[in-house]
Design a protein around this ligand. Structure first.
Ligand code: HEM
Length: 502
């Protein structure tokens, strides 16, 4: 009898599974009504409609099909959101369902996608990393305690610009801001400085971070046709892996040196020490490998986004000299004329500067489509449409920032619009989402907020500026290039001058 029972268990389980499967198929399904969108071509779908500036092409499509549209990018079902109201539904009301990630093929380098905060699904390991960032790294007290280090790096920016001033040389604002961001980040994370202005020595980390960004931002066929992933037809994964190795090598040296120092009980009490404290308390909580992947994420996500925002802010101010003067006057009033330096605690008193930064984020969000989200749960119904499971979700922050039903005169740079409102970019106001919102909101926001304000304030408070080559403000090219971050196509070159004190 026992034997019969034993043999019948697999048979019965199999029969149950088959019945469940048949019932599932026969179950009457709700008709799946996808959001509207352009008709896809066979195989490639709507890939060609993305063009060179997908954020702009998608904004145009949303004017035809509405703020919630559906496209087929190769085999990838994609849903694009282009209004604050629908962004709120995706990023807040159904935040849990839409917080997944569709990792790009390039993120598979050294299995980064399995360990990285930016690519992990919104589950336990991801939550743990976010908590560490929030509590140990980007909390107000941790950032306050590292602000002296950042002040030193901003002083270096001043010295570099002063040198250009003396030589009558133009400054490549994006490049100088990139070097400064890299320095501010490395000062904040592990008290080290990598990049020196205009020198060959800065190159290693800068080159590696730029390389990784380039390959993460490159359109990759394997992302649209996952069957191609193992073939890596454009060699993107292969080349990115080389940069990842170089980056890890730099981090290994820094971590190695730090572990030696810690063995001699010398602590720097910076963020790297906080991470190593956690590691040494419990390796399974945060391994050294986790730390390397986390540092890579922070450098890649935090450097170029910050510096391109500074470049856009300076471009807008040089294009609008009257507004530049308003920032300068505010800085003089609040900080003083006598070479006093701006400090992070001054930011709250600089309301016009803050309005300039908000207006820059509105018009030029560094991640115009955020980082693509994924619908990770079941099919979900939004506004009468079905958002299929596993669909890629693009939130077009660029289009939302220029939506004429939200913003008056949306194409113009008018910081004043923010002076009388509470609207901010910290995830509460869905009309301004340069950092995203909800559980995937940028964890580096508190640091980025300080860095962007401080760099713009430092450049303006210490120097007067004119466009290089006698260009008049209206001639300044403001075209955008789409990549991992949204950049100026033609870099901003500006000539610094000794301050005109009056
Ligand atoms: C102006 C500067 C910055 C902008 C505009 C920006 C914007 C963004 C955006 C749009 C996202 C994706 C949000 C989403 O998926 O919904 C993001 C994610 C992220 N950012 Fe930032 N960011 C900036 C600076 C920084 C800094 C300074 C750091 C770190 C030091 C940082 C670290 C990250 C990380 C790790 C993620 C991935 C988070 C996750 O997937 O859970 N970012 N950022």
């Amino acid at each position: 009898m026992d034997l019969i029972l034993l043999y019948s268990i697999p048979f019965l389980s199999f029969s149950f599974a088959v019945c469940a499967w048949i019932l599932q198929i026969l179950k009457p399904r709700k008709p799946c009504k996808l959001p509207p969108g352009p008709k896809p071509y066979p195989v490639i779908g709507n890939i060609l409609e993305l063009g060179e500036k997908p954020h702009q092409s998608l904004a145009k499509l949303s004017q035809v099909y509405g703020p919630l549209i559906h496209l087929k990018l190769g085999s990838l079902t994609t849903v694009v959101v282009s209004s604050p109201g629908i962004a709120e539904i995706f990023l807040q009301k159904h935040d849990q369902v839409f917080s997944g990630r569709n990792h790009s093929g390039a993120a598979h380098a050294l299995d980064h996608h399995k360990l990285s905060m930016a690519w992990l699904p919104a589950e336990n390991q991801w939550r743990k990393l976010r908590k560490i960032c929030k509590e140990q790294m980007f909390s107000a007290p941790s950032l306050d305690s590292s602000q002296g280090l950042r002040r030193d790096r901003l002083q270096k920016l001043c010295e570099y610009v002063h040198g250009c001033c003396v030589d009558g040389k133009a400054v490549d604002i994006g490049r100088a801001s990139f070097t400064t961001s890299l320095n501010l980040m490395s000062a904040t994370l592990f008290s080290e400085e990598f990049a020196a202005f205009d020198s060959g020595s800065c190159e290693e980390l800068r080159e590696v971070v730029c390389g990784i960004m380039e390959y993460l931002g490159k359109p990759n066929l394997a992302d649209y046709f996952p069957v191609l992933r193992s073939l890596d037809p454009q060699g993107i994964l292969r080349k990115n892996t080389v940069y990842f190795r170089r980056c890890f090598h730099i981090f290994e040296e820094i971590i190695g040196k730090r572990l030696e120092m810690r063995a001699g009980t010398r602590l720097k009490n910076d963020m790297l020490d906080s991470l190593l404290d956690i590691n040494q308390r419990n390796d399974s909580e945060l391994s050294i490998l986790d730390i390397k992947h986390l540092l890579l994420d922070l450098f890649v996500a935090g450097t170029d986004t910050t510096s391109s925002t500074v470049e856009w802010a300076m471009s807008e101010l040089l294009r609008h000299p009257h507004k530049m003067l308003l920032v300068k006057n505010e800085l003089r009033e609040v900080i003083g004329k006598n070479h006093e330096q701006v400090t992070e605690s001054d930011i709250s008193r600089l309301s016009y500067l803050r309005a300039v930064v908000k207006e820059t984020f509105r018009l030029h969000p560094a991640g115009p489509l955020l980082v693509p989200h994924k619908s990770a749960g079941e099919d979900t119904e939004i506004n009468g449409y079905t958002i299929p499971r596993n669909a890629q979700i693009l939130i077009n922050a660029w289009a939302i920032g220029r939506d004429s039903s939200t913003w008056l005169d949306p194409e113009s740079f008018i910081p004043e619009r923010f002076l009388e409102t509470e609207t901010d970019f910290k995830g509460q106001h869905f009309e301004l989402v340069p950092f995203g919102a909800g559980r995937r909101i940028c964890p580096g926001l508190p640091l980025a907020n300080r860095m962007v304000h401080m760099m713009v304030a430092t450049l303006i408070h210490n120097f007067d500026w004119k466009l290089d080559g006698g260009l008049n403000p209206q001639q300044l090219d403001m075209n955008e290039s789409f990549g991992l971050t949204l950049k100026k196509t033609i870099p901003l070159m500006a000539v610094p001058m000794e301050l005109h004190t009056f």
